[in-house]
Design a protein around this ligand. Sequence first.
Ligand code: SF4
Length: 136
Amino acid sequence: MNNRCSVCFRKCIVKEEKTGFCGARAGHDGRMVPLNYGRISSIALDPIEKKPFRHFMPGSVILSVGSYGCNLRCPFCQNSSISWSDEAMNRAAVSRYMSPGELVSLAVDLVPRGNIGVAFTYNEPHVSHIILSEKI
Ligand code: SF4
């Protein structure tokens, strides 16, 4: 059985229990599921200047999380070792599920250290979306 993913421009057609180009979304029972949903494989309190912002609360820090798998191959990527390379894919085994509530609690706990929020970063977060109607 083939499954078609509509999350990004690659529009992968994926066999059952195989992943698409990103390595994060897999065909399962006729629909695509994000294997990396909520699975954190990289986490850090980063300076805001590392994010693609300019002049946004300079000097602050932000709780930054990411997972394995990415649909992009940007030639300037500085995160391939944690997003789409073989090494990154091995992070699936060591990734840890964090519920949205846990993530928010951690972000709040870090406010005294200057944290201003949560950034989904390192890989393309789109590939982790759950789309309930995604059966084509
Ligand atoms: S999100 Fe992943 S599986 Fe879906 S179309 Fe893009 S690369 Fe393919």
